[in-house]
Design a protein around this ligand. Sequence first.
Ligand SMILES: O=P(O)(O)OC[C@H]1O[C@](O)(CO)[C@@H](O)[C@@H]1O
Ligand SMILES: [Mg+2]
Ligand SMILES: [Mn+2]
Length: 477
Amino acid sequence: MTQIPGRFLTSDIGTFGEFTASTRWPIILQNAVDDLHAEVERLGKAGGAAGAAAVAQGNLIKEQIVQFRQEVIDKVPLRNFTPEECAIASVPGSFNEYLDNASPRPTWAEAEWLFAEVYLYRRLNVLFRSQPAAHWQTFDIFNALKQSTFKASYFGVTELALRYKNLVADVARLDKTSGADQQLLQILFKEFVEISLWGNATDLSLLTNATLEDIKSIQGAKAREESESKIVVNDTARAWETIIASATATATGGSTRVDFVLDNSGFELYADLMLAAFLLQTKLATKCVFHAKDMPYMVSDVMLKDFDTLLQDLRDREFFPSGAASTPESQALDLFADDIAQFNKSGALTFQADSFWTTDLDYWNIDAAETKYHGAQVHAELQKADLVIFKGDLNYRKLTGDRKWARTTPWTTAIGPLAHNGVTTLSLRTCKADVQVALPQGLDEELCALWEKDHPGQGSWWCSSGKWAVICFADSK
Ligand SMILES: O=P(O)(O)OC[C@H]1O[C@](O)(CO)[C@@H](O)[C@@H]1O
Ligand SMILES: [Mg+2]
Ligand SMILES: [Mn+2]
């Protein structure tokens, strides 16, 4: 039995986790203060009695965030949530349980990175939930940033929408039971997986006006090869086998369900919806379930309201300046929004949130054995899916327990119970933290040496740079 290593600590000298805790968290909290200041100013101008109360409470929250930020900088011990905080902000008991069992009590300078980061967002949320004004109860302090970032990805959003409009008619006609069409569907599957993986506008590997012929062509293959070079572990083909096996078995009825454990809102959510739309239009899947967060989390992670906001943004000619309704861009944006809204209305695409996703528990707790904080419920829900796609770096860190595994550790070792408890998983991860597993022998040394050249003393941060990605599959049915 492999010895299970400890988790990365914020005191691990020279790691990206240490840098995140000492440098990035104070910046994130300062940005929150600045955005809250702007919101309080806006409320003040709006006036009215409710506005005055909200303004006063907003200023109080601002003070509290400034104070909290100072605690992080002063590296004080992480305190328990008070009974009042737990009651008023529905704080899961797992946080205090962890803190009561940790010895010595962690400080911001010396804590498990994963716990401290998740705890930070929970502390921030408690400050808003503790104010009586309805405005602060449901306020997403990161909404302004989510929206400005999405607005800035206009080019990528319209590129993809035009491509969807170009392809959807041809793609929907493909026959998933015919050998020739399956080959094309597999190419498209890889394309949409890669767009979802990178979750940003710059890595679109195919041009807008590519036809199915173009995609099959050498040019399409060449474009794909280029974008694949940065994916250092790639199990896409194994995920495809799972999908096509289920889809052809259900050709005469039955269902194929693909779940997404989401990461960031905005363009990444848009790209995830593109992948889901591809699966549903081709009937490779009959149902997609999107799992969102129940509170503002990790700055950009998806909450249920972010889905509604995204559909509004796609149809809002002010937000995305695509001109009159008759322009190709406007028509493409409206078509995609309509298709997604229709899938949602018909129940083919559903959204749900669960408190488990924002607890400190890692995903070794997605198992029947975890009966206190919804691990067992989430496990039972995900078992209904033929494939569960986990998006992004934080999900990867929770899948692997954010532990100091050797970087060649097999994926099925690093994900513990999920390797054999009946959930089939695919992790699409852009590498943004120290934890890294499943690499072939020698590759880590090669990439460390490469990264070291331009980043002296930080060679191992190649896997915190966001420049490389891994796609890891585990079939545990
Ligand atoms: O949005 P993603 O891909 O989950 O990345 C979030 C990552 O950013 C960090 O906050 C810093 O790298 C990590 O703690 C976290 O895993
Ligand atoms: Mg991400
Ligand atoms: Mn995220």
